[in-house]
Design a protein around this ligand. Structure first.
Ligand code: UD1
Ligand code: UDP
Length: 377
Protein backbone atom coordinates (compact mmCIF):
# COMPACT_ATOMS: atom_id res chain seq x y z
CA UNK A 1 0.00 0.00 0.00
CA UNK A 2 1.38 3.41 -1.02
CA UNK A 3 0.59 6.35 1.27
CA UNK A 4 1.40 10.01 0.77
CA UNK A 5 1.20 12.38 3.73
CA UNK A 6 0.63 16.01 2.73
CA UNK A 7 0.93 19.14 4.89
CA UNK A 8 2.27 22.66 4.68
CA UNK A 9 2.11 24.73 7.86
CA UNK A 10 3.64 24.69 11.35
CA UNK A 11 0.66 23.21 13.22
CA UNK A 12 0.06 20.49 10.63
CA UNK A 13 3.73 19.48 10.82
CA UNK A 14 3.60 19.26 14.62
CA UNK A 15 0.42 17.21 14.55
CA UNK A 16 1.56 14.90 11.73
CA UNK A 17 5.09 14.33 13.04
CA UNK A 18 4.49 11.31 15.25
CA UNK A 19 2.21 9.71 12.66
CA UNK A 20 4.95 10.10 10.05
CA UNK A 21 7.48 8.54 12.39
CA UNK A 22 5.16 5.56 12.95
CA UNK A 23 4.21 5.11 9.28
CA UNK A 24 7.86 5.18 8.28
CA UNK A 25 8.66 2.13 10.38
CA UNK A 26 5.83 -0.01 8.95
CA UNK A 27 7.20 -2.67 6.61
CA UNK A 28 3.93 -3.27 4.75
CA UNK A 29 3.44 0.39 3.96
CA UNK A 30 5.35 2.42 1.40
CA UNK A 31 5.16 5.94 2.79
CA UNK A 32 6.28 9.28 1.41
CA UNK A 33 5.98 12.83 2.73
CA UNK A 34 5.02 15.86 0.65
CA UNK A 35 5.19 19.37 2.07
CA UNK A 36 3.50 22.18 0.17
CA UNK A 37 5.55 24.66 2.24
CA UNK A 38 2.60 27.00 2.60
CA UNK A 39 4.85 28.04 5.51
CA UNK A 40 8.62 28.04 5.10
CA UNK A 41 10.71 29.00 8.16
CA UNK A 42 7.96 28.05 10.60
CA UNK A 43 7.55 24.67 8.90
CA UNK A 44 11.28 24.00 8.64
CA UNK A 45 11.70 24.61 12.39
CA UNK A 46 9.33 21.70 13.06
CA UNK A 47 10.75 19.39 10.38
CA UNK A 48 14.18 19.94 11.88
CA UNK A 49 13.10 19.15 15.45
CA UNK A 50 11.34 15.92 14.46
CA UNK A 51 14.04 14.97 11.89
CA UNK A 52 11.57 14.72 9.03
CA UNK A 53 12.99 14.94 5.52
CA UNK A 54 10.20 15.42 2.98
CA UNK A 55 10.32 13.38 -0.23
CA UNK A 56 8.60 16.21 -2.10
CA UNK A 57 8.70 19.94 -1.35
CA UNK A 58 6.36 22.13 -3.42
CA UNK A 59 7.96 25.27 -1.95
CA UNK A 60 4.92 27.47 -2.67
CA UNK A 61 5.19 30.14 0.05
CA UNK A 62 5.27 33.73 -1.17
CA UNK A 63 5.42 36.85 1.00
CA UNK A 64 1.89 38.10 1.61
CA UNK A 65 0.30 35.19 -0.25
CA UNK A 66 -3.48 35.03 -0.53
CA UNK A 67 -5.98 32.20 -0.34
CA UNK A 68 -6.40 31.94 -4.11
CA UNK A 69 -2.68 31.86 -4.80
CA UNK A 70 -2.13 29.12 -2.20
CA UNK A 71 -5.04 27.13 -3.63
CA UNK A 72 -3.92 27.52 -7.24
CA UNK A 73 -0.27 26.69 -6.57
CA UNK A 74 -1.01 23.65 -4.40
CA UNK A 75 -3.65 22.28 -6.76
CA UNK A 76 -1.38 22.44 -9.75
CA UNK A 77 1.81 21.19 -8.13
CA UNK A 78 0.34 18.42 -5.99
CA UNK A 79 -1.49 16.95 -8.98
CA UNK A 80 1.89 16.30 -10.60
CA UNK A 81 3.14 14.55 -7.44
CA UNK A 82 0.01 12.37 -7.27
CA UNK A 83 0.45 11.38 -10.91
CA UNK A 84 4.10 10.57 -10.36
CA UNK A 85 3.82 8.63 -7.06
CA UNK A 86 0.30 7.23 -7.55
CA UNK A 87 -0.59 6.82 -3.85
CA UNK A 88 -3.42 4.51 -2.75
CA UNK A 89 -4.16 6.86 0.11
CA UNK A 90 -3.42 10.53 0.78
CA UNK A 91 -3.35 11.68 4.40
CA UNK A 92 -4.13 15.33 5.21
CA UNK A 93 -4.55 17.20 8.45
CA UNK A 94 -6.86 19.78 9.94
CA UNK A 95 -8.23 22.92 8.34
CA UNK A 96 -5.60 24.73 6.31
CA UNK A 97 -5.84 25.63 2.65
CA UNK A 98 -3.14 23.01 2.05
CA UNK A 99 -5.42 20.41 3.65
CA UNK A 100 -8.47 21.27 1.58
CA UNK A 101 -6.62 21.75 -1.71
CA UNK A 102 -4.60 18.52 -1.41
CA UNK A 103 -7.93 16.78 -0.78
CA UNK A 104 -9.56 18.39 -3.79
CA UNK A 105 -6.66 17.42 -6.06
CA UNK A 106 -6.84 13.82 -4.80
CA UNK A 107 -10.59 13.76 -5.36
CA UNK A 108 -10.13 14.91 -8.96
CA UNK A 109 -7.78 11.95 -9.52
CA UNK A 110 -10.07 9.61 -7.53
CA UNK A 111 -7.44 8.92 -4.87
CA UNK A 112 -8.82 8.15 -1.40
CA UNK A 113 -8.16 10.68 1.35
CA UNK A 114 -7.87 10.13 5.10
CA UNK A 115 -8.50 13.27 7.14
CA UNK A 116 -6.76 13.62 10.49
CA UNK A 117 -8.38 15.91 13.08
CA UNK A 118 -11.75 15.56 11.42
CA UNK A 119 -15.10 16.72 12.77
CA UNK A 120 -14.31 19.98 14.58
CA UNK A 121 -16.95 22.61 13.89
CA UNK A 122 -17.89 26.13 14.96
CA UNK A 123 -20.89 26.04 12.55
CA UNK A 124 -19.88 29.53 11.43
CA UNK A 125 -18.18 29.77 8.04
CA UNK A 126 -16.75 33.20 8.94
CA UNK A 127 -14.96 32.08 12.13
CA UNK A 128 -12.35 30.79 11.90
CA UNK A 129 -11.98 31.98 8.30
CA UNK A 130 -11.38 30.16 6.03
CA UNK A 131 -10.65 27.17 8.29
CA UNK A 132 -14.25 26.21 9.09
CA UNK A 133 -14.98 25.98 5.36
CA UNK A 134 -11.75 24.05 4.75
CA UNK A 135 -12.80 21.45 7.35
CA UNK A 136 -16.35 21.07 6.06
CA UNK A 137 -15.21 20.78 2.43
CA UNK A 138 -12.45 18.32 3.30
CA UNK A 139 -14.95 16.15 5.19
CA UNK A 140 -17.24 16.11 2.18
CA UNK A 141 -14.49 14.79 -0.11
CA UNK A 142 -12.47 12.53 2.22
CA UNK A 143 -13.20 8.83 2.67
CA UNK A 144 -11.78 8.18 6.15
CA UNK A 145 -12.21 10.53 9.09
CA UNK A 146 -9.95 10.32 12.14
CA UNK A 147 -11.78 12.31 14.79
CA UNK A 148 -10.10 13.44 18.04
CA UNK A 149 -13.13 13.49 20.38
CA UNK A 150 -16.64 12.07 20.74
CA UNK A 151 -18.07 15.51 19.94
CA UNK A 152 -16.13 15.51 16.65
CA UNK A 153 -17.53 12.04 15.85
CA UNK A 154 -21.08 13.25 16.47
CA UNK A 155 -20.56 16.32 14.25
CA UNK A 156 -19.53 14.07 11.36
CA UNK A 157 -22.44 11.67 11.89
CA UNK A 158 -24.88 14.59 11.74
CA UNK A 159 -23.37 15.52 8.36
CA UNK A 160 -24.25 12.05 7.09
CA UNK A 161 -20.79 10.50 7.06
CA UNK A 162 -20.90 6.70 7.38
CA UNK A 163 -20.15 5.52 10.92
CA UNK A 164 -17.75 2.82 9.70
CA UNK A 165 -15.51 5.50 8.19
CA UNK A 166 -15.24 7.60 11.36
CA UNK A 167 -12.54 6.53 13.78
CA UNK A 168 -12.15 8.17 17.20
CA UNK A 169 -8.44 8.45 17.97
CA UNK A 170 -7.68 11.39 20.26
CA UNK A 171 -5.65 14.29 18.90
CA UNK A 172 -2.12 13.69 17.61
CA UNK A 173 -1.14 17.05 19.14
CA UNK A 174 -0.82 15.28 22.47
CA UNK A 175 1.45 12.60 20.92
CA UNK A 176 3.81 15.38 19.83
CA UNK A 177 3.52 17.21 23.14
CA UNK A 178 4.46 14.15 25.19
CA UNK A 179 7.35 13.32 22.87
CA UNK A 180 8.74 16.85 23.03
CA UNK A 181 8.28 17.25 26.79
CA UNK A 182 10.14 14.00 27.39
CA UNK A 183 12.95 14.95 25.04
CA UNK A 184 13.47 18.58 26.06
CA UNK A 185 13.82 19.80 29.64
CA UNK A 186 15.02 23.35 29.15
CA UNK A 187 15.22 26.19 26.65
CA UNK A 188 17.54 25.46 23.73
CA UNK A 189 20.95 27.11 23.56
CA UNK A 190 19.67 29.29 20.68
CA UNK A 191 16.78 30.65 22.76
CA UNK A 192 19.02 31.11 25.79
CA UNK A 193 21.31 33.29 23.66
CA UNK A 194 18.37 35.61 22.82
CA UNK A 195 17.84 36.40 26.50
CA UNK A 196 14.34 34.90 26.66
CA UNK A 197 15.34 32.55 29.43
CA UNK A 198 16.39 35.51 31.59
CA UNK A 199 12.86 36.95 31.37
CA UNK A 200 11.44 33.66 32.64
CA UNK A 201 14.05 33.60 35.43
CA UNK A 202 12.86 36.95 36.81
CA UNK A 203 10.10 35.11 38.69
CA UNK A 204 7.48 37.49 37.37
CA UNK A 205 4.08 36.60 35.99
CA UNK A 206 4.63 35.66 32.35
CA UNK A 207 1.82 36.15 29.86
CA UNK A 208 2.59 34.21 26.69
CA UNK A 209 0.83 35.57 23.61
CA UNK A 210 0.27 34.31 20.06
CA UNK A 211 -2.13 35.42 17.33
CA UNK A 212 -2.61 35.02 13.60
CA UNK A 213 -6.30 34.52 12.70
CA UNK A 214 -7.34 36.13 9.41
CA UNK A 215 -10.69 37.28 10.83
CA UNK A 216 -8.77 39.25 13.48
CA UNK A 217 -6.68 41.20 10.93
CA UNK A 218 -7.22 44.95 11.12
CA UNK A 219 -9.33 46.17 14.02
CA UNK A 220 -9.13 42.85 15.91
CA UNK A 221 -5.34 42.98 16.10
CA UNK A 222 -5.35 46.67 17.02
CA UNK A 223 -7.70 45.89 19.92
CA UNK A 224 -5.56 42.95 21.03
CA UNK A 225 -2.41 45.11 20.97
CA UNK A 226 -4.11 47.89 22.93
CA UNK A 227 -5.24 45.36 25.52
CA UNK A 228 -1.67 44.07 25.89
CA UNK A 229 -0.38 47.62 26.25
CA UNK A 230 -2.89 48.38 29.01
CA UNK A 231 -2.03 45.16 30.87
CA UNK A 232 1.71 45.85 30.60
CA UNK A 233 1.29 49.40 31.92
CA UNK A 234 -1.01 48.33 34.74
CA UNK A 235 0.97 45.37 36.11
CA UNK A 236 4.69 45.90 36.61
CA UNK A 237 5.17 42.36 37.88
CA UNK A 238 3.91 41.01 34.55
CA UNK A 239 6.17 40.28 31.57
CA UNK A 240 4.47 39.73 28.23
CA UNK A 241 6.34 37.37 25.90
CA UNK A 242 5.00 37.44 22.37
CA UNK A 243 6.53 35.28 19.60
CA UNK A 244 5.11 37.17 16.63
CA UNK A 245 3.75 35.15 13.70
CA UNK A 246 5.62 35.94 10.46
CA UNK A 247 2.49 36.97 8.55
CA UNK A 248 2.94 40.65 7.54
CA UNK A 249 -0.69 41.32 8.53
CA UNK A 250 0.34 40.40 12.07
CA UNK A 251 3.86 41.81 12.14
CA UNK A 252 2.80 45.32 11.07
CA UNK A 253 0.28 46.21 13.81
CA UNK A 254 2.16 44.34 16.52
CA UNK A 255 5.52 45.99 15.80
CA UNK A 256 3.91 49.39 15.32
CA UNK A 257 1.89 49.32 18.54
CA UNK A 258 3.96 47.23 20.95
CA UNK A 259 7.64 47.91 20.27
CA UNK A 260 9.55 49.77 22.98
CA UNK A 261 7.34 48.80 25.93
CA UNK A 262 9.61 47.71 28.78
CA UNK A 263 7.72 44.60 29.84
CA UNK A 264 6.55 43.47 26.39
CA UNK A 265 9.01 41.22 24.56
CA UNK A 266 8.33 40.78 20.86
CA UNK A 267 10.33 37.81 19.64
CA UNK A 268 10.57 35.53 16.60
CA UNK A 269 8.44 32.37 16.51
CA UNK A 270 9.97 29.93 18.96
CA UNK A 271 11.11 26.43 18.06
CA UNK A 272 8.36 24.01 19.07
CA UNK A 273 10.10 22.55 22.18
CA UNK A 274 11.06 26.06 23.32
CA UNK A 275 7.46 27.14 22.93
CA UNK A 276 6.30 24.21 25.05
CA UNK A 277 8.84 25.11 27.68
CA UNK A 278 7.61 28.71 27.56
CA UNK A 279 3.99 27.53 28.01
CA UNK A 280 4.96 25.37 30.97
CA UNK A 281 6.62 28.33 32.66
CA UNK A 282 3.95 30.91 31.94
CA UNK A 283 1.35 32.34 34.26
CA UNK A 284 -1.37 32.49 31.60
CA UNK A 285 -1.62 32.19 27.81
CA UNK A 286 -3.45 34.60 25.51
CA UNK A 287 -3.97 33.23 22.02
CA UNK A 288 -6.23 32.76 19.03
CA UNK A 289 -4.43 29.55 18.04
CA UNK A 290 -6.18 26.23 17.62
CA UNK A 291 -3.34 23.93 18.68
CA UNK A 292 -2.47 25.92 21.79
CA UNK A 293 -6.05 25.53 23.04
CA UNK A 294 -5.34 21.78 23.06
CA UNK A 295 -1.80 21.82 24.47
CA UNK A 296 -2.17 24.34 27.30
CA UNK A 297 -4.96 22.52 29.21
CA UNK A 298 -2.83 19.41 29.39
CA UNK A 299 -0.01 21.54 30.86
CA UNK A 300 -2.45 23.04 33.37
CA UNK A 301 -2.24 26.59 32.04
CA UNK A 302 -5.22 28.97 31.84
CA UNK A 303 -5.91 30.00 28.26
CA UNK A 304 -7.75 33.15 27.22
CA UNK A 305 -8.84 32.63 23.63
CA UNK A 306 -9.07 35.77 21.53
CA UNK A 307 -11.94 34.50 19.41
CA UNK A 308 -15.74 34.62 19.61
CA UNK A 309 -16.25 30.94 18.86
CA UNK A 310 -14.18 27.78 19.04
CA UNK A 311 -14.29 24.43 17.33
CA UNK A 312 -12.69 23.01 20.47
CA UNK A 313 -15.39 23.34 23.15
CA UNK A 314 -14.13 20.50 25.35
CA UNK A 315 -11.60 22.54 27.34
CA UNK A 316 -14.03 25.47 27.61
CA UNK A 317 -16.48 23.08 29.21
CA UNK A 318 -13.82 21.79 31.60
CA UNK A 319 -12.99 25.36 32.61
CA UNK A 320 -9.34 25.80 31.60
CA UNK A 321 -10.11 27.74 28.42
CA UNK A 322 -12.14 30.95 28.35
CA UNK A 323 -13.28 32.80 25.21
CA UNK A 324 -12.56 36.52 25.52
CA UNK A 325 -12.82 37.61 21.86
CA UNK A 326 -10.77 40.61 20.73
CA UNK A 327 -12.56 43.34 22.68
CA UNK A 328 -9.92 45.30 24.57
CA UNK A 329 -11.95 45.83 27.75
CA UNK A 330 -13.04 42.22 27.91
CA UNK A 331 -9.46 40.96 27.61
CA UNK A 332 -8.16 43.36 30.27
CA UNK A 333 -11.08 42.60 32.62
CA UNK A 334 -10.46 38.86 32.47
CA UNK A 335 -6.74 39.28 33.10
CA UNK A 336 -7.70 41.48 36.09
CA UNK A 337 -9.91 38.68 37.39
CA UNK A 338 -7.16 36.09 37.11
CA UNK A 339 -4.72 38.48 38.78
CA UNK A 340 -7.01 39.26 41.69
CA UNK A 341 -8.96 36.05 42.28
CA UNK A 342 -6.80 33.09 43.29
CA UNK A 343 -9.77 30.73 43.15
CA UNK A 344 -10.60 31.54 39.53
CA UNK A 345 -6.91 31.12 38.64
CA UNK A 346 -6.71 27.81 40.47
CA UNK A 347 -9.83 26.48 38.77
CA UNK A 348 -8.45 27.35 35.35
CA UNK A 349 -5.04 25.80 36.08
CA UNK A 350 -6.23 22.27 36.53
CA UNK A 351 -4.47 19.96 34.18
CA UNK A 352 -6.97 18.16 31.95
CA UNK A 353 -6.65 15.98 28.86
CA UNK A 354 -9.84 16.11 26.82
CA UNK A 355 -7.89 15.89 23.58
CA UNK A 356 -5.92 12.70 23.86
CA UNK A 357 -3.66 10.24 25.65
CA UNK A 358 -0.65 10.37 23.34
CA UNK A 359 -1.64 7.27 21.36
CA UNK A 360 -3.63 8.84 18.51
CA UNK A 361 -0.96 8.20 15.85
CA UNK A 362 -0.65 4.58 16.94
CA UNK A 363 -4.44 4.13 16.65
CA UNK A 364 -4.46 5.65 13.15
CA UNK A 365 -1.69 3.33 11.93
CA UNK A 366 -3.35 0.27 13.49
CA UNK A 367 -6.63 1.11 11.78
CA UNK A 368 -4.94 1.64 8.40
CA UNK A 369 -3.13 -1.70 8.67
CA UNK A 370 -6.26 -3.53 9.69
CA UNK A 371 -8.31 -2.01 6.89
CA UNK A 372 -5.72 -2.33 4.13
CA UNK A 373 -7.99 -4.46 1.91
CA UNK A 374 -10.84 -1.99 2.14
CA UNK A 375 -8.51 0.96 1.44
CA UNK A 376 -7.08 -0.77 -1.66
CA UNK A 377 -10.55 -1.53 -3.12
C1 UD1 B 1 -2.01 29.43 8.03
C2 UD1 B 1 -3.35 28.70 7.92
C3 UD1 B 1 -4.05 28.66 9.27
C4 UD1 B 1 -3.13 28.13 10.35
C5 UD1 B 1 -1.85 28.93 10.37
C6 UD1 B 1 -0.88 28.38 11.38
C7 UD1 B 1 -4.71 28.85 5.89
C8 UD1 B 1 -5.65 29.65 5.11
N1 UD1 B 1 -4.21 29.41 7.01
O1 UD1 B 1 -2.29 30.81 8.30
O2 UD1 B 1 -5.19 27.85 9.18
O3 UD1 B 1 -3.78 28.23 11.59
O4 UD1 B 1 -1.24 28.88 9.07
O5 UD1 B 1 0.13 29.29 11.69
O6 UD1 B 1 -4.41 27.74 5.53
N2 UD1 B 1 5.06 33.55 6.61
C9 UD1 B 1 6.44 33.56 6.54
N3 UD1 B 1 7.12 32.43 6.95
C10 UD1 B 1 6.49 31.32 7.42
C11 UD1 B 1 5.08 31.34 7.51
C12 UD1 B 1 4.39 32.46 7.09
O7 UD1 B 1 7.05 34.53 6.13
O8 UD1 B 1 7.16 30.34 7.76
C13 UD1 B 1 4.32 34.76 6.14
C14 UD1 B 1 4.34 34.90 4.61
O9 UD1 B 1 4.38 36.25 4.27
C15 UD1 B 1 2.99 34.30 4.21
C16 UD1 B 1 2.13 34.78 5.35
O10 UD1 B 1 2.94 34.65 6.51
O11 UD1 B 1 2.57 34.76 2.94
C17 UD1 B 1 0.81 34.08 5.54
O12 UD1 B 1 0.95 32.67 5.59
P1 UD1 B 1 -0.39 31.79 5.37
O13 UD1 B 1 -0.02 30.36 5.47
O14 UD1 B 1 -1.09 32.23 4.15
O15 UD1 B 1 -1.31 32.25 6.57
P2 UD1 B 1 -1.22 31.96 8.11
O16 UD1 B 1 -1.79 33.14 8.79
O17 UD1 B 1 0.14 31.52 8.46
N1 UDP C 1 4.14 27.09 18.33
C1 UDP C 1 5.52 27.07 18.17
N2 UDP C 1 6.22 28.24 18.27
C2 UDP C 1 5.61 29.43 18.52
C3 UDP C 1 4.21 29.45 18.66
C4 UDP C 1 3.50 28.28 18.56
O1 UDP C 1 6.09 26.02 17.94
O2 UDP C 1 6.31 30.44 18.62
C5 UDP C 1 3.38 25.84 18.21
C6 UDP C 1 2.39 25.53 19.31
O3 UDP C 1 2.99 24.78 20.33
C7 UDP C 1 1.30 24.76 18.58
C8 UDP C 1 1.34 25.29 17.17
O4 UDP C 1 2.59 25.96 17.03
O5 UDP C 1 1.59 23.37 18.52
C9 UDP C 1 0.21 26.22 16.89
O6 UDP C 1 0.39 26.84 15.67
P1 UDP C 1 -0.44 28.10 15.20
O7 UDP C 1 -0.94 28.84 16.39
O8 UDP C 1 0.43 28.83 14.23
O9 UDP C 1 -1.61 27.45 14.35
P2 UDP C 1 -3.07 26.89 14.75
O10 UDP C 1 -2.90 25.85 15.80
O11 UDP C 1 -3.89 28.05 15.18
O12 UDP C 1 -3.56 26.32 13.46
Amino acid sequence: MKILTVFGTRPEAIKMAMLIKKLSTEKTIQHKVCVTAQHREMLDQVLHFFSIEPDYDLNIMKQGQNLSSITGDVLQKITEIYKQYQPDLVIVHGDTTTCFTATLAAFYLQIKVAHIEAGMRTFNLQEPFPEEANRVLTAKLATYHFAPTEKNVQNLLVEGIAKKNIIKTGNTVIDALLYATKKVKSFSAKTRRTGIEDIFKKKKKIILVTGHRRENFGSGFIDICNALKTIAEKYHDVEIVYPVHLNPNVQKPVLELLSDIKNIHLIEPLEYPDFIFAMKNSWIILTDSGGIQEEAPSLGKPVLVMRNVTERPEAVKSGTVHLVGTNKNKIVRFVDTLYQDKNVYKKMSQSINPYGDGKASWRIVQWIKKNKKEILK
